[in-house]
Design a protein around this ligand. Sequence first.
Ligand code: TRP
Length: 467
Amino acid sequence: MVQNQTPDNGAQVQRASWSGKWAFILAAAASAVGLGNLWRFPYLAAKYGGGSFLLVYFILVFTFGVSLLLVETALGRYTGLSAIGAFKAFGKKYAAIGIFASSIPFIITCYYCVIGGWVTKYTFGYVAGMSSEIAGDPATFFTTFITSPVESFIWMYVFMAIVFVVVALGVKGGIEKSNLIMMPLLIVLAIGVAIYTLTMPGALDGAAYYLLPDLSKITPELFIAALGQMFFSLSLAMGIMITYGSYLDKKTSLTSSVIRIGSFDVGVSLLAGLTIVPAAFVALGSGEAVASNSGPSLMFIILPEVFFDMGAAGAIIGALFFVLVLFAALTSAISLTETLVSIVTDGAKLSRRKSILVVFIYLFVMGTFINLGYNGFSFFEPMGEGSTLLDLFDFIANSVMMPIAALATCIFVGWIIKPNALITEIKQSSPLKVEKAWVIMIKFIAPVLIVIILVAFVAAQLGVFVM
Ligand code: TRP
């Protein structure tokens, strides 16, 4: 969908551009929708009290998230450059912000491939008709698998291999087109599974837990989790949306595009949660049990039970469901890997082929390292009992680095280059009715909020107060 694919050598070379407004929205939505919505959001919502998390998450997305999406896409379109160049255009020293933000996908992609391996295993398992084997004792099945010293690695490498074949062949256009079919199918299927789940005895209590906020459960930890999830899910604070904005023509409305992207992403997360959280509630019996048992494994243990309960049809629905999840994971992993390749190409001035090789070796080594956290290195529990290297990397990227990158971006736009430059850019394509609110958001509210959340969170970690 990106036309005139030319290397990003700055202004001399004609830049790639989207073929139209919808091409941009779809590409941004395809980047946004991935494991963040289907795997990460449901377990965080389950863990942080369901409705309470949902409420905070929604408010954050539609105030701060959309504002930041607008900042990033406008900055990209204004400068016509991707992250590092866009900041550097205002002074050499500002390149540091771009470099910092660009380092984040280097962390995310490594563990994304680990989860990608889990999804690949389950997809192949269901397609091979192992539905009852998986569901017999789903927790043991899952744990045995991820802690296995050979099998878990193989599936991760399979996932990586698919990603690299696509990146090397450059068949991204075809992938994005098939996205157009797979995404709606995934949504229809998720709605079907959600409806089925809600008819199970006790599921409505689960839905209430998921949807109704309990204000007493809102803590600094919940806030930081919701904030990190927002960055992760909207692909924010890592320079990617700046690059996407730089491909955009001057006519496409930035304001309506960012609202559409945000709404679509939230919609998919909401639905994924509705498919998984009530089911977990049924299986575990209470909100407290759901909260204390929720983690990265939730999707892989709860869903097989639901599919199994459906009887014969469940085996087919399970297979279809995991195929679609795999697809969403692959498109996001491909786009993440593309990002890494382009950063290496630009930064190290390597050819595309060499960059692909460098990124491949890097992901292979780092993915192997993170996966060892479940077996060889499982004695290392960096974030408390039962936690792994994956939790540590996820935490560093989402809860520490992204808030800092977002803070730096807001200060940069709000106080250094001043919002006016971007306001003119935005107004070229649409009115900005919420101009004042937007300026207040990036100059004051967002920076203050991020600082408060970070400080409160660190203080809580250090035991200054009890959450
Ligand atoms: N938003 C994606 C998800 O929810 C993950 C992601 C973060 C991503 N940054 C990205 C995907 C950049 C593609 C490109 O799964």
